[in-house]
Design a protein around this ligand. Structure first.
Ligand code: PHE
Length: 333
């Protein structure tokens, strides 16, 4: 029994796995286990020694059971830990950024622009991307050989069809198909032969057109809505109207906001002027009304580049990165 006691104590120290533990349990208290055979040998002893030997055997058995339970606990924890280590779940496989879509940054900015004008009771118009010369140029007071046609590097098809170079042809199409009053914006893609840091051959504009009976619409209405709009988009900025030229508006203006990067102090982005040009606008030229057969009306129009807005809002300095479908860029929005 002493030998067995020794064996039990020593063996538990060397057991490393559940399997070894189970083998050892059978070896000691299984049907043919050492301790079991000792117990069965009890019946061959006389009453006196039987009692004292049984006591010792029971003590040995309970020692075994205590050590067994302890070891079992330790091994269970160890094996569980080893299992956890091996069977981990790679949670990065379920990157929610990949499965949830927030819209392209250009779409996001466009939606915000549209929200403003829809709230100001403008409705939305669209027109074809493949335009004819009349709608893209002629009706907008840009006759053939007009030097201002060179301002826009046009993609031409055969037979005087072209990819529209601005959303202004939607002005013409809207007036051709609607009666007064007109209060619309026309968002959409436009195309020019340009490719550099701030130009892409396809980009987006939002056109605005408001027309009503003569005398009802003035430059003051235009000025109010654009100032209010620009503060809605860019926050607390100063807005400046600078006299300019467009063939389809007279008078015309380009609109600047105080630089969002330096707050007007002057920096590289605003070429140290403190101002950023953000859109073009003006009072609709009488020749434009003539082209669509409108008489005794007044109106204003404006046009803006969505990519330029997005670049200023998100401080992106290469416009082309919006179109290169690089997820590392797009995921940031
Ligand atoms: N169509 C002009 C452009 O693309 C913008 C503009 C629209 C200017 C309407 C005045 C009025 O540059």
């Amino acid at each position: 029994m002493e030998k067995l006691d020794n064996e039990i104590q020593r063996s538990f120290d060397t057991i490393k796995t559940m399997e070894q533990l189970e083998t050892f349990r059978i070896h000691i208290i299984g049907k043919k286990g050492k301790l079991t055979t000792y117990f069965s040998a009890l019946r061959d002893l006389d009453e006196v020694s039987k009692k004292s030997v049984a006591q010792k055997l029971n003590a040995l058995k309970s020692t075994f059971e205590t050590l067994y339970e302890e070891k079992k606990q330790i091994l269970t924890t160890l094996e569980l830990n080893a299992k956890l280590e091996q069977e981990y779940i790679d949670v990065s496989l379920f990157n929610t950024l990949h499965s949830r879509s927030f819209g392209h940054p250009i779409t996001q900015v466009l939606d915000r622009i549209i929200d403003y004008f829809v709230n100001m009771s403008f409705s939305i118009q669209s027109g074809p991307l493949v335009e004819d010369d009349f709608h893209n140029f002629e009706a907008l007071n840009l006759p053939k050989f007009h030097p201002a046609r060179d301002m826009q590097d046009t993609f031409y098809f055969k037979d005087s069809f072209l990819l529209r170079t601005h959303t202004s042809p939607v002005q013409i199409r809207t007036m051709e198909s609607h009666s007064l009053p007109i209060r619309v914006i026309a968002p959409g893609s436009v195309f020019r032969r340009d490719y550099d840091l701030t130009h892409s051959p396809m980009f987006h504009q939002v056109e605005g057109l408001v027309v009503d009976e003569a005398g009802k619409i003035s430059f003051a209405n235009l000025k109010f809505i654009l100032e209010d709009f620009l503060r809605y988009i860019f926050g607390d900025v100063r807005v400046r109207f600078r006299a300019s030229f467009f063939p389809f508006t007279e008078p015309s203006a380009e609109v600047d906001i105080s630089c969002v990067f330096c707050d007007g102090a002057g920096c590289r982005v605003c070429s140290h002027t403190g101002w950023l040009e953000v859109l073009g606008c003006g009072v609709v030229h009488s020749n434009v009304f003539k082209a669509v057969g409108y008489e005794n009306v007044s109106g204003y129009a404006f046009g803006l580049g969505v990519e330029r807005f997005a670049m200023l809002l998100h401080r992106v300095n290469d416009l082309r990165s919006f179109f290169e479908t690089d997820l590392r860029v797009l995921e940031q929005f």
